[in-house]
Write a protein that binds this ligand. Structure first.
Ligand code: SF4
Length: 304
């Protein structure tokens, strides 16, 4: 191996280690995978789901518990969908898989008028099919490829357009109440996933085959986050840390904190509110290091 090759290998190892640690931490923190679980990994053919499958297969080899993985792709019959790519890839890595063929594309086209956004019906149909397949396969968990940046994007979208302080949970019960859905990439940065997918040369399937216009609001918020990440390094890490350190008594939702029955009890509190002082803030890098739990992607020294 010459020097540039050695350097490339070193960088890949570092990146893979960081992603594996991120996934491992998320699995532990949220108890995502338990002994005997059968994990159905939803594979779209995009960088995120390929990375998720790759990292989970890797962790499976060294995990102290036994669990199985089955990859599932839903072929929605979008025009030009390259059907051979995923089966070939999945056979090449030797993982159990199922390709489900359901023409949701025609259903969506028949119901939604031309020019209107098709995503909400399309994803509802897809969700229903994936739940059914999870049952058929006896899957105990459904794993999705959303990452940290998707979670932050959703948080801001809900704040800006939905009037809710609500993100995208790393673990939840499905809306039909029958499945546990997990997002093991919850601590992983999109730019790491992007690079990993490039280096590993996953056979990516383009995500615009359905011809639907991308959601403009999501695009704007995503661009804003990427711009912040460039101009204010550490800001996204701090924002995600904030999602893991919620203080209901310092928000304004009476359903989350019993403001009604607050009484002065005469006891001074070290962490009590300085009612008339302005908050002062450290720089983001310090906040990350000082946060009560380690930030995903940071090592013990707070380095990326
Ligand atoms: S982008 Fe296309 S495939 Fe994806 S949810 Fe929207 S309509 Fe469906």
């Amino acid at each position: 191996m010459n020097d540039p090759e050695k350097k490339a290998q070193y960088n890949l190892n570092k990146l893979a280690k960081r992603l594996r640690h991120g996934v491992g931490d998320a699995i532990n923190d949220f108890n995502m995978i338990e002994e005997g679980d059968r994990i159905m990994v939803c594979l779209s053919g995009g960088k995120d789901s390929y990375t998720l499958l790759d990292i989970l297969l890797n962790l499976q080899k060294s995990a102290p518990i036994d669990f199985s993985i089955v990859a599932v792709n839903l072929d929605q019959k979008q025009p030009g969908f390259p059907e051979h790519i995923l089966p070939e890839y999945l056979q090449s890595i030797g993982v159990e898989y199922r390709i489900v063929e359901e023409d949701t594309y025609s259903i969506v086209k028949a119901i939604i008028p031309e020019g209107k956004t098709t995503c909400s019906l399309c994803s509802r149909l897809r969700r229903g099919i994936l739940y059914r397949v999870a049952e058929e396969l006896g899957a105990t968990k459904i794993a999705l490829g959303h990452h940290r940046d998707d979670i932050l994007e959703t948080l801001l979208l809900n704040m800006f357009y939905g009037g809710k302080l609500k993100g995208m949970p790393p673990k939840l019960v499905s809306d039909n109440g029958k499945h546990v859905v997990i997002r093991p990439l919850a601590y992983c940065r999109e730019k790491d996933i992007e690079r990993y997918a490039e280096i590993k040369q996953f056979p990516i399937i383009p995500c615009n085959l359905c011809g639907s216009q991308p959601n403009l609001q999501r695009q704007v918020v995503g661009d804003m986050l990427r711009d912040w990440d460039k101009r204010f390094p550490g800001r996204l890490e701090t924002m995600f840390t904030a999602m893991c350190n919620v203080v209901p008594s310092h928000l304004a939702d009476p359903k989350q904190f019993d403001f009604v029955n607050i009484r002065a009890d005469g006891v001074a509190r070290e962490d009590g509110d300085k009612a008339f002082d302005k908050e002062s803030f450290s720089d983001p890098a310090r906040i990350n290091i000082l946060a009560s739990r380690p930030v995903a992607g940071l090592n013990d020294c707070g380095e990326m």
